[in-house]
Design a protein around this ligand. Structure first.
Ligand code: ZN
Length: 274
């Protein structure tokens, strides 16, 4: 019996042995499970990596996107360092009249009986000489005009228009587009010049853009002048396009205004904004 018992003992595991076997079995299962998971993960990792490498290798160079730089605005040169309070940049219009008693400090007769402020007389003389050298005939139509002369010109227009049947209000509105009110004209400053090809050339906007008017537009800044009432700026200047009316503002300001298509009001506003 004892032998049988011993055998039984040997054949029947003790509770401790069962526990050890259970741990061993559990360990085996966990090991097998971990092998299976590892085996499953590896192909997945390879499958994920493979398409990326393939895609990179097969994109033709021709269809690759090249970085496009963001659009940049046209470079606008900074306005020149000029003194906007200086005599040559003085704004003269209905809101900024010279007044009845203003006169330039000194006048110089330039050509065709016309005079200008002595400080700008050499510049307009050089412009006239060079325009002639370029093959144009030049007539200096009007330079400095005193208050009384402007008064007569202005009121002659009013009388003419009212005689045609316009109301006085209509006559003033039409006259102001072409002739400044006495005390508000740049001609009283001695800083501007009306330049034509002949004494009888019509002073109308349509003469602009050709002949001497085109030459003036292209070269006036070299002498310190601008076309004071440019085409398309009537809303700002209050005056119709006058390709013949040159105003002295100095070479730096003139070059900037003509290159950037600015009238004097717009140019001065750049400094007020800054
Ligand atoms: Zn004029």
């Amino acid at each position: 019996m004892s032998g049988t018992t011993t055998r039984r003992k040997n054949r029947t595991p003790s509770p401790w042995s069962r526990l050890i076997l259970l741990f061993l079995a559990l360990g085996a299962v966990l090991w097998a499970l971990s092998r299976t998971l590892t085996a499953l993960e590896q192909p997945q990792a390879e499958a994920t990596a493979a398409p990326t490498a393939t895609a990179e290798a097969t994109v033709p160079a021709a269809v690759r996107l090249t970085p496009t730089p963001p659009p940049t605005a046209e470079p606008t040169p900074a306005p020149p360092a000029v003194d906007t309070g200086s005599w040559q940049l003085r704004l003269i219009d209905y809101d900024h009249p010279l007044g009845k008693d203003f006169a330039p400090p000194e006048l110089t007769v330039v050509a065709d009986g016309q005079s200008m402020d002595s400080r700008v007389a050499p510049a307009i003389s050089a412009l006239i000489d060079d325009a002639k050298a370029a093959g144009y005939t030049v007539y200096f139509c009007s330079g400095y005009r005193d208050y009384d002369t402007q008064y007569i010109i202005y009121w002659n227009h009013i009388y003419e228009y009212t005689a045609q049947g316009m109301s006085e209000e209509e006559a003033h509105a039409k006259t102001r587009l072409a002739v400044n009110y006495p005390g508000c004209s740049e001609h009283q400053s001695g800083l501007c010049a009306d330049i034509l090809e002949s004494w009888d050339q019509e002073m109308e906007p349509w003469i602009g853009g050709s002949g001497l008017m085109l030459w003036l537009e292209e070269h006036c800044a070299e002498y310190g002048f601008v076309v004071r009432y440019p085409d398309g700026k009537t809303d700002i200047t209050g005056v119709e396009y006058e390709p013949w009316h040159l105003r002295y503002v100095g070479q730096e300001a003139a070059a900037y205004m003509m290159e950037n298509g600015l009238c004097l009001e717009e140019f001065l506003a750049l400094y007020q904004a800054g």
